[in-house]
Design a protein around this ligand. Structure first.
Ligand code: FES
Ligand code: FE2
Length: 436
C-alpha cells in the first residue's frame, strides 16, 4: 500500500519551497511514474529519425525498452522492444535498418509494423497455437503524430494529444513553421547520456535565469576560461553565438519573460540576440521563406521562445534547434536524448551553425551541459545531508501574474517557473489535474 496520501503529498509542497523527499524518496519516484508519466503523452522522437521503410531506432522511455520503426507502407510504429516468446530485447542497436525484425534468441520474426511474421519449426507447436495477432510485438495503447513529432501514451484513458498540448501546440508550430518547406528533419543523430540526479532538477533548471552567471561563469563571464581559451587559440569560428554579447546579456536576464500554461508547461521568451538576424545567409533564408509563404513569411520566421518545456519530460530549444527528451530512469538517474533538428529547405549554413552550437553547448562535454550536470548531481548528493529538509524557491514569490486558465507570467530570475511545476506535480500526484 502507498504510504503517501493526499495530505502527506501536499505537505511536501509549500508556496515557496519543497521538501527534499520530493527529489530523493524512491517511493515518490514510483508514484510519479504511475500518476504523472503514465497519465501523459510522451515524446518518442521525430519521424525523420526513421526516414525510409525498415529504418528503426531503439530507446528507453521511462523504464521501458521501446522501438520506433517505419513500415513499408510509410507508417510509423512504436512498439515495446520485447520478444513475445521469452521476452528478449529484439533490437539492440541504437538504430538500424531491417527487412523484418528477427529475435536473436530463437529466431521469432516480426514485420516492421510489429506484426508477428512467424516462428522457426512451427510444427512443434500445438495446432492453432501460433495464430494471427497473439504474438505481435506489444504496442502502447495510444500513438499520435503531430507535425512529425511522435507521441505515445501508456494509459488508454489519457485525453487526445491536441487537448494535452493545449496552447503548447503553438510552440511546436513555431519551430516547424520556420522551415520554408514546413518540415523538420533529424539527419544528425542524437546525443544520449545519463546523469545522477532526479528528473525534476533539470526540469526546474531549463528556465532558471538565476544560475547562468554562476554555473556557466566560464562561458558567460568576460574573463571566463572558455573565452580565454578561444581567444588564445584564435578560434573565431568556434565561438558560440550565445557568447557574443555575453556581458550585456547578464544585464538583460532580469527583463526576460518566464511564463507557462496549465499542467506544468513553462517557457522562456527568446533572448534579445535572437533578433539580430542579418547577413547574406539570413537574406537567402528570408527569400526562401517569402517564396514559400508570401506575406506570412515574416510572422513565420519570428522565434518566440528560447526554451519551451512540455511537462513532464521534453523540451524544445529554439536557438540551437534541438528537442530534448528527459527520461526518468530512477529517483537519482535521468537520461537525456538531445536531437538537433534541421529546418528543411533553409540554407545549409544555418543548419551547420545550429549543429555547431549544439555540439558546443549540449553534448555531454559541451560548455553549457557539463556545467549544468555538475550542478544537478551536486544537488542530488547534497540533498542527502541532514540539517535542512527544505529546498527553497522563494525568489520573487507572489510577483507573478496568474490567470483563470492556470497560465502565469513572471520575470527574469524569479523562481516562478519551478513553483508552477510544483503545483502541477501535486495535482497529478493527487489525481486532481483537470482537463487532461
Ligand atoms: S526470446 Fe525471442 S525468439 Fe525466443
Ligand atoms: Fe544552465
Amino acid at each position: 500500500m502507498d504510504s503517501y496520501d493526499q495530505v502527506s503529498l501536499s505537505s511536501l509542497i509549500g508556496p515557496d519551497r519543497v521538501h527534499k523527499d520530493y527529489y530523493i524518496d524512491p517511493e515518490i519516484f514510483k508514484l510519479e511514474i504511475d500518476r504523472i508519466f503514465s497519465k501523459s503523452w510522451l515524446l518518442v522522437g521525430h519521424e525523420s529519425q526513421v526516414p525510409n521503410p525498415g529504418d528503426y531506432v531503439t530507446l528507453t522511455l521511462l523504464d521501458q525498452p521501446m522501438l520506433m520503426s517505419r513500415h513499408r507502407d510509410g507508417s510509423i510504429h512504436v512498439m515495446f522492444n520485447r520478444c513475445s516468446h521469452r521476452g528478449a530485447r529484439v533490437c539492440t542497436k541504437p538504430s538500424g535498418k531491417a527487412l523484418r525484425f528477427e529475435c536473436p534468441y530463437h529466431g521469432w520474426a516480426f514485420h516492421t509494423n510489429g506484426n508477428h511474421a512467424g516462428v522457426p519449426y512451427p510444427e512443434r507447436y500445438a495446432d492453432g497455437f501460433i495464430k494471427g495477432g497473439d504474438f505481435d510485438l506489444a504496442r502502447p495503447p495510444k500513438q499520435e503524430l503531430y507535425r512529425g513529432f511522435v507521441f505515445v501514451a501508456f494509459d488508454s484513458e489519457v485525453c487526445d494529444l491536441d487537448s494535452f498540448l493545449g496552447p503548447m501546440r503553438d510552440h511546436i508550430d513555431n519551430m516547424v513553421d520556420r522551415s520554408p518547406l514546413g518540415e523538420l528533419e533529424a539527419p544528425a543523430g542524437m546525443f544520449r547520456y545519463r546523469f545522477a540526479a532526479n528528473w525534476k532538477i533539470q526540469l526546474e533548471n531549463l528556465n532558471d535565469l538565476y544560475h547562468p552567471m554562476f554555473t556557466h561563469a566560464s562561458t558567460t563571464a568576460e574573463d571566463g576560461t572558455q573565452f580565454r581559451r578561444q581567444g588564445a587559440e584564435g578560434d573565431e569560428a568556434g565561438k558560440v553565438k550565445l557568447l557574443e554579447k555575453h556581458s550585456s546579456l547578464n544585464m538583460q536576464w532580469e527583463e526576460q519573460v518566464i511564463a507557462g500554461h496549465a499542467h506544468g508547461h513553462t517557457y522562456m521568451q527568446r533572448f534579445p540576440m535572437d533578433r539580430e538576424n542579418q547577413g547574406p545567409v539570413y537574406e537567402r533564408y528570408k527569400r526562401s521563406m517569402v517564396d514559400a509563404y508570401g506575406g506570412d513569411a515574416e510572422a513565420k520566421m519570428m522565434v518566440h521562445h528560447h526554451n519551451s518545456i512540455f511537462f513532464p519530460h521534453w523540451s524544445i530549444q529554439y536557438m540551437t534547434q534541438h528537442i530534448r527528451i528527459m527520461n526518468p530512469i530512477s529517483v537519482d538517474c535521468t537520461e537525456n536524448i538531445i536531437i538537433p533538428l534541421k529546418l528543411k529547405g533553409a540554407p545549409e549554413e544555418m543548419w551547420k551553425s545550429a549543429l555547431r552550437s549544439n555540439n558546443n553547448s549540449h553534448s555531454p562535454s559541451g560548455m553549457v551541459m557539463a556545467d549544468d550536470m555538475d550542478a544537478w548531481v551536486r544537488c542530488q548528493e547534497g540533498m542527502q545531508a541532514n540539517g535542512h529538509d527544505w529546498i527553497v524557491f522563494a525568489r520573487s514569490v507572489g510577483e507573478e501574474s496568474i490567470d483563470n486558465e492556470g497560465s502565469f507570467e513572471g520575470l527574469g530570475t524569479s523562481e516562478a517557473n519551478a513553483r508552477h511545476q510544483h503545483k502541477a506535480w501535486l495535482h497529478y500526484m493527487c489525481g486532481t489535474v483537470q482537463g487532461v
